[in-house]
Design a protein around this ligand. Structure first.
Ligand SMILES: C=C(O[C@H]1C=CC=C(C(=O)O)[C@@H]1O)C(=O)O
Ligand SMILES: [Mg+2]
Length: 467
């Protein structure tokens, strides 16, 4: 089996003979299938410099290994456009040698933003307000085809033979990935950072503001920390999430000793050649144990005024945000059900044709945070969260995803997520509070939203903790 496509690589590398001042090259080969999870696990020695992304449709997966370049900006004025500017600068020095017409190969940047644009507390130290990585090597699995991108710094004296050998060695290392075996862990405790009484008074306060001020909806979150008897390997949790959570964006970003990981059902935005997709996801119930019960729960959700109201704020805001930047917009009038393993949501898909001058980053700026994560009006909700929610959101509920040099890409909202540090993981779950909210029902809803991560950790308990 030929593992390195020397002919294609050589043809790509020949181009650099004609290019001057080209410090970086992006070179791609089509490769034989390899399991992305095994690959991620195999490169455990690169912990802190790995990422993983798999889209909800299940037709695009990335595994990033090693950091070649990073985009970061401390401008809080306009961090979305600041990242776009940084990309435009860096792009000048990258020579893209391949000519595969495939989405997600070559220079792809993966990373995310924090929920607030202001610096955050210690536990999120490794995850700045925005951070994107261009990997040294990246596996792309696109609709069943496998590609390996290499990013290399070249100097004028490098011969094609030397570069070819380097790529060949890197490729061989990739194929050494064996079958990965999951470890077992014992859950020692789950610490709720808010008591039910504290939660209830926060919700009561929000309802009072909704009744007496401009605030109409605010999404409030809880944090619980699960402590295990040993270190939680990122790959273990990634493996479980991938197998347990269908129709979700599965993501991992490792930074230093920490990993931010989750399986989110919620797309914020995707842009491919100016075709834009977004999604309104808000309004929640559980799944039924039988089909009849499940259908009944779905029917009730579709007819429940409180959940419909929660949902409506999101649809209205997204419509208003994207209408001015689209030449065509399609948003159905009625929500449908988005079923997940333990939970079902109200869902309204959004599709639009972006005006020619509008970029993915313009859409991020307009959309983050939607009232599914922040509230309505946006600024009042953000102020309320900042003042009254006693957790540090960090990257929770913020955009996470990828983009390429042409500014195509996709971002999910980083919910159903957690921050791993050693043998501890902080988990986050929020819920949309409106005038009709009930503290106990919202609390139960957040427990439901914690279930996927706790199940994947092997740490869900039968008893209802925290009550
Ligand atoms: C904020 C979260 O969920 C949002 C997404 C879907 C449904 C939601 C809800 O019904 O409250 C939330 O707006 C979370 O999972 O942490
Ligand atoms: Mg809700």
């Amino acid at each position: 089996m030929i593992k390195t496509d020397r002919v294609s690589l050589e043809a790509q590398l020949k181009q650099i003979e004609h290019i001057e001042q080209t410090p970086y090259i992006s070179i791609v080969q089509k490769i034989n299938p390899i399991d992305p999870l095994n690959l991620f696990a195999h490169f455990a020695h690169l912990k802190g410099e790995r990422f993983y992304w798999s889209n909800a449709a299940g037709d695009l997966t990335f595994v990033g290994l090693g950091t070649f370049k990073e985009l970061y900006t401390d401008s809080s004025d306009d961090r979305f456009l600041a990242i776009q500017d940084q990309l435009n600068q860096l792009k000048e020095s990258i020579n893209v040698l391949h000519d595969f017409d495939v989405e997600g190969v070559g220079p792809v940047f993966f990373g995310g933003f924090s929920f607030f644009d202001t610096p955050h507390r210690k536990e999120w130290e490794s995850f700045p307000e925005n951070n994107f990585v261009l990997a040294k090597q990246m596996l792309t699995v696109k609709q069943g085809e496998y590609f390996l991108t290499h990013h290399i710094e070249v100097s004028p004296n490098d011969s094609i033979e030397v570069l070819l050998n380097q790529i060949e060695q890197e490729t061989e290392a990739i194929y050494e990935a064996g079958l990965f075996v999951q470890e077992t862990r014992k859950l020692e405790e789950v610490q709720d950072q808010l008591s039910f009484d504290q939660w209830s008074s926060m919700i009561a306060h929000a309802i009072e503001e909704i009744q007496t001020t401009n605030l109409e909806k605010v999404v409030l979150a809880r944090e619980v920390e699960a402590v295990f008897d040993r270190t939680i390997p990122t790959e273990d949790l990634l493996y479980a999430l991938t197998n347990q959570q269908q129709h979700s964006y599965v993501f991992v970003m490792e930074q230093g000793e920490e990993a931010f990981i989750g399986a989110s059902p919620e797309r914020l935005v995707s842009v491919t050649n100016q075709v834009m997709y977004s999604a309104c996801l808000a309004g929640t119930t559980s799944r039924g144990e039988t089909m009849d019960v499940d259908d009944l729960l779905a029917w009730r959700l579709l007819n429940d005024e409180k959940n419909l109201e929660e949902h409506r704020y999101v649809v209205n805001m997204i419509r208003e945000a994207v209408q001015p930047i689209c030449t065509h917009l399609d948003i159905p009038n009625e929500p449908q059900i988005y079923p997940l393993k333990n939970i079902q949501h109200l869902y309204t898909p959004v599709q639009g044709q972006l005006k020619p001058e509008v970029t993915l980053f313009d859409t991020l700026k307009k959309l983050h945070p939607t009232p599914a994560l922040g509230g309505e009006p946006r600024q009042d909700a953000m102020n309320f969260i900042k003042m009254h929610e006693p957790i540090e959101r960090g990257w929770y509920a913020a955009p996470i995803g990828w983009f390429d040099q042409s500014l195509n890409g996709e971002f999910a909202v980083a919910i159903r997520s957690g921050l791993i540090a050693g043998n501890r993981i902080k988990l986050f779950a929020g819920c949309g509070v409106v005038a009709d909210s009930d503290a106990k029902a919202e609390y139960d809803e957040t427990n439901l939203k914690l279930t996927p991560m706790l199940d994947a950790l092997g740490g869900n308990r039968d008893d209802d903790y925290g009550e």
